[in-house]
Ligand binder design. Sequence first.
Ligand code: AMP
Length: 213
Amino acid sequence: MKLILLGAPGAGKGTVAKLLTKMDGSVQISTGDILRAAVAAGTELGKQAEAAMKAGDLVSDELIMGIMRDRLKEDDCKNGYLLDGFPRTIPQAEALKELLADMGEELDAVVNIDVPRDVILDRLTTRRTCTKCGEIYNVKSNPPKVEGICDKCGGPVVQRDDETEEAISNRLDVYNEKTAPLAGFYEKEGLLLTVQATSSDAVIDAIKEKLGK
Ligand code: AMP
């Protein structure tokens, strides 16, 4: 399947994407993961993105579109893709529309995961992420078996740099201002599926129902 996962930081896009990849072999594409890997590796891309990311601001549309133009052409996209954290602005959505038209591809749906702000805040402050494979944990509800070490790959599990209270609050403001309008954009395109759910299983069920799977 070819989906966009829309939703505030902490809405569960990454968790839902990981579950969906197991269903039909589609690949999760997280621009946040790609950028974090670039920052960790100290590449030119990482240097350009680092300051904005740390503050919880968006990196430029040009930088993101440069990444996505290449990424969507890779072989592993043949079985479908789950776009997690992209697009995040109207110009990115418009550029993606053009790119997909050029590639002769169509999205199946845009899933808007709508989670109350208090749940989001609680999740983001307790979330921990593996810096090596991106696996997501939660200190309260889903801690790694050994503190600080990823169950899956043995990598370090830490709190992200942009998960301080200040950066979280900025990320949510940026989301409301720049990304929330994408729901209206995709509504007009006839692609929007809004799911009000705090459990990833409920989101998966709604997607299956919509796609008839
Ligand atoms: P995420 O892991 O999706 O929360 O992304 C982490 C950070 O990476 C964001 O706060 C932004 O600074 C940056 N980022 C990720 N995806 C995008 C995007 N599509 N457009 C602009 N900035 C992005």
